[in-house]
Design a protein around this ligand. Structure first.
Ligand code: DSN
Length: 427
């Protein structure tokens, strides 16, 4: 039938327009509402961040940068992008230049590699994925590993922390053009001043990818990379509790100009203006004292979980945590990472399996699980609840052969979630 009169912008519930998708969204909401979310890179955004991403800003094309767009009608989205940039600088107390258009952390890093002038086959030095690094820091199947010649550094076997002396020797020998600091599964404080010295000594540029710890940096609970790094990248959806996306800071104006042109038109087209505005909203929330309290709770809760696991006889990689995550060596009690991930999923606790340093298991199995506290703390958990979650994990893994014990853990996990609902209508 020809569509001559209908106006599809008039509000109608999704359940009426697309019941199939409405059911998927509802089921995902129920999953998040009733499970304990411990994936360290996830979080639960505020209602303003959620609302802005679903706003009319999603309709706007705005290739280019504020004041220099390739489309008309960009006056309002220009203001949103400028606000995001200004708040980003305020949040990290920095005068570094900032690009808030990167669609993701991977694209932020790709733009930096291009802006740093790396040519195919040039050398980069990043943390090994097996030791807690990140795909875009040189993993052989990622663009970074496929394009550049990569050397990887790792942690010391004795204490499972970064071996800066070995790193310095490796950098002096390998002579990379770019050194990357930052990780996705490393629970200890990173010494950016040492990284900067090592980079200076071998003539490399320094990229700090602070994606995991950005919230701790903003809250001054982890030393800042600003003042040390040539480039700082981050995602905006992990500890920063914003929309999914990336962002790039640069110390030098020359690098900033290159980053801008490598992001657009280099690797991206139109920026996601609804996401950029939601980034501004998240950074605004990050500037409030409540956010600092939240991040302190995230850090204290991770510490409390690590202590509880150790008290219960488990081994924690590096013996504890300084940040928002810990890496639990489940193989220390005869459970593989995959078994633990699957088993915990069945009792309503979501984690991801991970390799631990010097792991002997295959990557798809792993000896560890990564546990992060940002999402549980966003729904209101604190140190007491975090300890309770550690005890639930302990009960599930140790009681894995006992269906009654597992059923009890599932009921207790659900009851804990019920005490801290997300997106309540009365909040
Ligand atoms: N994949 C992300 C993580 O889980 O840490 C990193 O980008």
């Amino acid at each position: 039938m020809p569509d001559t009169v209908s106006n599809h912008t008039q509000p109608r519930p999704l359940s009426a327009t697309d019941p199939e998708l409405a059911a998927i969204v509802q089921a995902e909401f129920d999953r998040q509402q009733h499970t304990i979310e411990l994936i360290a890179s996830e979080n639960i955004v505020s209602t303003p961040v959620m609302e802005i991403q679903g706003s009319v800003l999603t309709n706007k094309y705005a290739e280019g940068y504020p004041g220099r767009r390739y489309y008309g009608g960009c006056e309002e989205v220009d203001k949103a992008e400028e606000l995001a940039k200004k708040r980003a600088q305020q949040l990290f107390q920095t005068e570094y230049y900032v690009n808030v258009q990167a669609h993701s952390g991977s694209q932020a890093n790709m733009a930096v590699f291009l802006a740093a002038g790396l040519q195919q086959g040039d050398r980069i030095l990043g943390m090994s994925l097996d030791h807690g690094g990140h795909l875009t820091h040189g993993f052989r199947l990622n663009f970074s590993g496929l394009t550049y010649e990569v050397a990887s550094y790792g942690v010391r076997e004795s204490d499972q922390t970064i071996d800066y002396d070995a790193l310095a020797a490796q950098a002096a020998e390998f002579k990379p053009k770019l050194i990357i600091a930052g990780a996705s599964n490393y629970s200890r404080t990173i010494d950016f001043s040492r990284f900067a010295q090592i980079a200076a000594d071998c003539g490399a540029l320094l990229l700090v990818d602070m994606a995991h710890i950005a919230g701790l940096v903003a809250a001054e609970l982890h030393p800042s990379p600003f003042g040390y790094a040539d480039f700082v990248t981050t995602t905006t959806h992990k500890t920063l509790r914003g929309p999914r996306g990336g962002m790039i800071f640069t110390r030098a104006l020359e690098h900033h100009k290159k980053v801008n042109s490598r992001v657009f038109p280099g690797i991206q087209g139109g920026p996601l203006m609804h996401v950029i505005a939601a980034k501004a909203a998240a950074f605004g929330e990050g500037l409030k004292p409540e956010y600092r309290h939240y991040m302190a709770r995230v850090q204290a809760s991770a510490r409390a979980m690590a202590e509880t696991f150790i008290d219960l006889g488990w081994s924690v990689v590096s013996g504890g945590t300084d940040n928002h995550l810990l890496s639990l060596n489940v193989w220390s009690q005869g459970v593989t990472g995959k078994e633990a991930e699957d088993l915990l999923g069945e009792v309503g606790i979501t984690v991801n399996k991970n390799l631990i340093p010097f792991d002997t298991q295959a990557a798809q199995v792993g000896s560890g699980i990564r546990i992060g506290t940002p999402a549980i703390c966003s729904r209101g958990f604190g140190v007491d609840e975090a300890r309770e979650v550690a005890r639930l994990i302990d009960r599930a893994l140790k009681g894995r052969e006992d269906a009654n014990a597992l059923a009890q853990v599932r009921a207790d996990a659900r009851a804990l979630c019920d005490r801290f609902p997300i997106y309540r209508s009365d909040s």
